[in-house]
Design a protein around this ligand. Sequence first.
Ligand SMILES: NC(=O)c1ccc[n+]([C@@H]2O[C@H](COP(=O)([O-])OP(=O)(O)OC[C@H]3O[C@@H](n4cnc5c(N)ncnc54)[C@H](OP(=O)(O)O)[C@@H]3O)[C@@H](O)[C@H]2O)c1
Length: 340
Amino acid sequence: MEKINWGILGCGWIANKFAEALQKTNDSVLKAAAARDGDRAAEFASKWGFEKSYGSYRELVDDPGVDIIYIATPHSYHFAHTKLCLEGGKHVLCEKPFTINARQLKILVAMADEKNLFLMEALWSMFLPGIIKTRELIEKGTIGEVASMDVDFGMNFPYDPKHRLFNPYLAGGALLDIGIYPLFLSLFLFGKPESLKAHSLLNENKIDLTTSLITQSKGGTICNLTSTTRANTPVKARIFGTKGNIEFNNWWFTPVDITLRVDEQEDKVLKFPPIANGYEYEAMEAVRCLKEGLTESEMMPHSFSLMLMEQMDRIRKITGITYPKEIESLDRPYGWDEIE
Ligand SMILES: NC(=O)c1ccc[n+]([C@@H]2O[C@H](COP(=O)([O-])OP(=O)(O)OC[C@H]3O[C@@H](n4cnc5c(N)ncnc54)[C@H](OP(=O)(O)O)[C@@H]3O)[C@@H](O)[C@H]2O)c1
């Protein structure tokens, strides 16, 4: 494959960010965009320079000129939309969280394997140079043994029962939307936790407004991880080791600069300016994999996405976050009727 032909499924907020990044991604052709409404799709396509637009997701999947589809719909639709794309023979990059539960994800992974198609979760922070560098520093022992990490992600979203963050049918709540980031960082840096304590503040629909986690890894690192849709928090990540510490100076999940403090040395600020807006790194990885004929990324393997979903299942069980049974379904993916 010389060039990779991209399709975008769903033309909302994140789709705009991703399209902007795709414009700066080498070997990428902005082939087609699809929305549930043809005019919306046409407007999106013309804004970002896609060659074609479709007023239905199925038409996008049926386009033989599209190689890979980026899925940018709400959480509860990821299972149905990924299945639709894989059934149609398309490679898939799907927004986070991959699915609602690990059982759904296992079905998708098996399907991609069977069809020999590329499948990857678009958890953009995983691909960012600042995050990757942090893991290298920790693995090299630059800050010694890591005793603890504090990570928060809180934004004060005004309550709107229809917004995807609060609508149970769109799998609203802090954990799946923003709490996934602190959890991801702890798993990426320290692996699957040996112990995990969790507490959530739930609303009347049993979705979480705030979730706090304390985890302990095999190596003894304790992580304090908090997410909330009720308040603006510093959105910081700080990692404390026996010889020094690492602090992310801006929104940690998209780090542009990181301060490294090692005992008896001057502070160092490491800079990671993005090429576009940060979403280009996940796109570049998908392009690399497709060009090399890979069906799975070593940077974001299926096993990592599964571990992440399993930990979120585990947390939901502890704290009582509950979604409607329709969106947890394995047999009839939620949203399938809207596609037919
Ligand atoms: N990586 C990141 O930094 C990041 C940031 C924000 C969001 N996200 C993820 O991206 C996904 C979409 O979030 P978003 O903020 O872009 O949401 P959004 O602005 O509401 O867009 C979602 C799109 O999904 C489509 N859709 C299909 N069925 C829908 C339904 N029943 N209700 C609402 N929308 C429906 C709509 O597309 P059409 O009408 O155009 O077909 C809509 O434009 C979520 O999974 C979220 O976790 C990731």
